[in-house]
Design a protein around this ligand. Structure first.
Ligand code: AMP
Length: 409
């Protein structure tokens, strides 16, 4: 099968890498660090299956346009992508579907938002309604910080139009889990669970980022935990979407928190997570292309299989990420890092520099994935490869998967 992957980050590199085990793959637009990258738009590429990676083109209706042209597409249309394009709408769907989630309110006025903030406990959560590249969520114990966020979101200063409507939520606590469900419109199958690290600094301090690392499998996220999540969250959500006339064919990424009062859904994303994809997909032992093509055709059958080992991904970011990433720094050591046994390096914010070298071209530059028989071994390999990499200002967390947490602990 000829497969076209749309996007240019580490997630798309991992999709292309794993699809490439069984199929011919091109990536559009990709980046100079992803083999098979082409500048031709997806609409003009001849492919048997198109897999859309990022949320922005999904929200923008790329899947609808390709489907109208008769293409087989893995990724929801703009109607289903609203789950990620509007957190307020997503919360409405969750409530309708009876899925447990944080108490919340959606506001476009300061007085209403601040009054609701005062009904929250000691942990304040303020989110942009619209897309903000994973950075529009503030979780803080400081009321003053939450108030500042409300003002800067609503004014458009912080996130432009994405924040002019915002969602305030009850602050929840507990270990988190990400489950990626592959959906064909009416049924869904879960991929192996993963856990990601959102905060920029070691020990989970600093601002939220797009994600600084991940690992899979997650201890105690057993088959029955995942089955319960599918039955209590994913399936009712798919049914609620169908009730709205939405035929959802793509990934439903469920971000979950195991709170003292039971599991609650924090968010849905409408695409593979980044960097979760870089640990989940390398562990797949069945054919990814067949799975995604079956879902895209509305005919899922069979269950994906995963190896018994573990994968750990460490994101290497540029100086200043996530606030103001510096670009243009020369990347050294890529070959040596990739040569570490059991390691794959996925290219994200990578550009072409002078004399054929690669340079940093974004916040998250590379994801280094180690695979081994255990989380400890996978982690050791990933960090051995990270040690080979260098650029001015390279920063990564040193504690990814150091103490895997367990749902319920
Ligand atoms: P989201 O993009 O909505 O998943 O939020 C990003 C991150 O913010 C999550 O992975 C959590 O770590 C944190 N977060 C989101 N919602 C809440 C909440 N209601 N309570 C506590 N933390 C949250």
């Amino acid at each position: 099968m000829r497969v076209c992957v749309v996007g240019s980050g580490g997630r798309e590199h991992a999709l292309a890498h794993v699809l490439g085990r069984h199929h011919d793959v091109v990536v559009t637009p990709g980046n100079p660090g992803i083999p098979g990258s082409v500048p031709t738009p997806a609409e003009e590429l001849d492919s048997d299956l198109t897999v859309i990676g990022p949320e922005a083109p999904l929200v923008d209706g790329l899947a609808d346009r390709l489907r109208s042209a008769g293409r087989l597409v893995f990724g929801p249309g703009a109607d289903g992508a609203r789950l990620e394009g509007s957190k307020a709408w997503m919360k409405d769907v969750l409530v309708d579907a009876g899925v447990p989630t944080a108490v919340h309110g959606a506001f476009d006025d300061e007085a209403g938002a601040l009054a609701f903030l005062d009904t929250m406990g000691d942990l304040f959560v303020v989110k942009t309604d619209g897309l903000a590249a994973g950075k529009g969520v503030l979780v803080t114990t400081e009321r003053a910080e939450a108030v500042d966020a409300v003002r800067s979101y609503l004014s458009g200063d912080a996130f432009g139009d994405a924040g002019r409507t915002l969602v305030i939520e009850e602050g929840l606590t507990g270990p988190e889990l990400s489950v990626l469900a592959v959906c064909d419109g009416s049924t869904a199958v879960a991929l192996a669970p993963a856990q990601d690290f959102k905060r920029s600094g070691d020990g989970d301090v600093g601002p939220n980022t797009g994600g600084m690392g991940a690992y899979s499998p997650v201890p105690v996220a057993t088959g029955s935990v995942v089955d319960a999540l599918m039955a209590d969250a994913v399936e009712p959500t798919l049914a609620a979407l169908r009730d709205r006339g939405i035929d959802y064919r793509g990934v439903l990424y469920c971000g979950l928190m195991f709170t003292p009062t039971g599991p609650k859904v924090l968010e849905y994303n409408v695409r593979f997570g980044d960097p979760e994809t870089q640990v989940v997909l390398p562990r797949l032992t069945s054919d990814l292309g067949d799975l995604l093509a079956a879902a895209a055709a509305g005919r899922l059958d069979g269950t994906p299989t995963f190896d018994a080992g573990a994968a750990v991904a460490v994101v290497c970011a540029s100086e200043g990420y996530p606030t103001s990433p510096r670009t243009g720094d020369r990347i050294d050591g890529l070959d040596a890092a990739s040569a570490v046994d059991g390691v794959t390096v996925f290219a994200a914010g990578v550009g072409a520099g002078p004399d054929g070298c690669l340079v940093t071209a974004g916040g998250r530059v590379l994801t280094v994935t180690g695979q081994g028989p255990s989380v400890d071994e996978a982690r050791r390999l990933a960090y051995a490869a990270v040690a080979e990499l260098s650029w001015s200002g390279l920063r990564c967390r040193t504690d990814i998967a150091a103490t895997p947490t367990c749902p319920g602990e």
